[in-house]
Design a protein around this ligand. Structure first.
Ligand code: SAH
Length: 407
């Protein structure tokens, strides 16, 4: 195995279980004697040593500023049945948290660093697991991972969907998309509808054509909170995607729900989900529109709501886009606050990892100040328990939300 030796003192964060080795921390690379290339190959397992030759751990090598993602600390090889054990630990945690129930078959099984598997995401939809590799190392290990997922969870199918998540310049052998385990002809592939359950609500999952792994699981707990506030309210669900928040609002007794998304495919899914759960529903309307245009037009026409949900895509994917992102959050939140009836509620979110809690709160504060309304914070929301944050890797915190009471 290739050995990566660090510069003096660069072992400190690793001894505190932070799983990343930055390229600038590396003093030298000693290749395995029978190594083919002159450099470590992307995705290969490497062992990491301190300047004093202390064994720090084993991880996946990758070209880029994060050179090694550590999988195991204090050892110089991965233990036997490593994948099985790590995945079983994650599964046990979800079981203990009460997420695997008759009325809930959707949950995230592996959340990267949060489950001590940097670069790996696994979402479960009933009998299907959808796997995303964010590192070449996870791609290289995908068959072992799929095998372990089946052993641990008993799912029938494992679908691999990494065309958008693998570093795009990396030389990757093998398919980035397709079934790794397929026990029967996939229903989705043959055009049949596939339904899974979140807190008793049925949602149609299309991992082939849907965004990300097919569904945004990370808003489950926040949707449940919307349900608590929805009774008798006129609700606007902006950036609705498959309409998760809309379903909970309807079940919570909303008077009327409007769902808005720029994607027609998303709107088709919202309509399918609403008819499936509320067959005689007459108080839901789905609109295909750009959110900024829609809010401006509706606001100008005097349209007002009692409860608005704003769950935009990540406005800042990188650090250099933060300024623009904050401007976007301010603009859209100001519009929404303006459109809330007196005594109404705004649920507002940011899933940009690069925008931290304080920066987001400041953007929403600026938006509130701009409108001149009296605004109080009722709840501060975050990602749910199946998207855990490794305490040694605070960078794993990404979803934040505020629930505001607008007088
Ligand atoms: N709230 C959703 C997840 C939102 S993901 C849920 O609970 O599942 C973000 C969504 O915003 C995507 O569906 C995307 O199609 C939509 N979107 C992106 N840009 C948009 C825009 N300018 N106007 C409206 N929708 C947009």
């Amino acid at each position: 195995m290739t050995t990566i030796q660090l510069k003096p003192r660069k072992e400190e964060s690793i001894l505190r279980f932070h799983p990343w080795v930055f390229s600038g921390a590396i003093a030298r690379i000693v290749l395995d004697a029978d190594h083919r290339a002159a450099e470590p190959e992307e995705g290969e397992l490497v062992r990491v040593l301190s300047a004093q030759h202390q064994i720090l751990g084993v991880g996946h090598w990758q070209v880029g500023s994060i050179a090694v993602r550590l999988l195991a600390f204090g050892v110089d090889a991965l233990p036997e049945r490593f994948w099985h054990e790590r995945i079983a630990a994650a599964y046990t945690m979800r079981q203990r948290l009460g997420l695997l129930r008759e009325d809930n078959s959707i949950y995230r099984l592996i959340h990267g660093e949060g489950d001590m598997l940097p670069g790996l995401v696994v979402d479960i939809y009933g009998a299907t697991a959808v796997v995303q590799a964010h590192s070449v190392g996870m791609h290289v290990s995908r068959h072992d991972i799929a095998q372990a997922i089946v052993e641990v969870t008993g799912v029938d199918d494992v679908y691999y969907k990494s065309d958008d998540t693998l570093p795009f310049k990396a030389p990757v052998a093998g398919e980035k998309v397709g079934y790794l385990v397929e026990s029967r002809k996939s229903k989705v592939e043959s055009g049949e509808e596939y339904w899974a359950k979140e807190n008793g609500l049925e949602v149609r999952i299309d991992w082939l054509r849907g965004q990300k792994t097919g569904f945004f699981i990370d808003q489950r707990e926040n949707r449940a909170l919307v349900e608590r506030y929805a009774a008798g309210k006129d609700v606007l669900n902006m950036f609705c995607y498959t309409g998760g928040f809309s379903l909970y609002a309807l079940r919570g007794g909303a008077r009327m729900v409007h769902s808005v998304d720029v994607s027609q495919k998303a709107i088709d899914l919202v309509n399918a989900n609403v008819s499936r759960n509320f067959p005689n529903c007459t108080n839901h309307k789905a609109v295909t529109a750009d959110a900024f245009d829609y809010l401006s037009e509706q606001c100008a026409q005097g349209e007002r709501f009692d409860l608005i949900i704003l769950d935009p895509p990540a406005f800042a994917k990188h650090r250099d886009a933060i300024k623009n992102a904050l401007r976007g959050y301010q603009r859209i939140n100001a519009k929404a606050i303006e459109m809330i009836r007196p005594g109404g509620i705004l649920f507002t979110f940011s899933c940009s990892q690069a925008v931290d809690k304080e920066a987001f709160r400041l953007a929403v504060f600026s938006a509130a100040a701009q409108t001149g309304r009296k605004v109080r914070i009722l709840h501060q929301l975050h990602q749910p328990q199946d998207h855990p944050i490794n305490i040694y890797h605070p960078e794993g915190e990404y979803l934040k939300g505020l629930v505001l009471y607008v007088e």
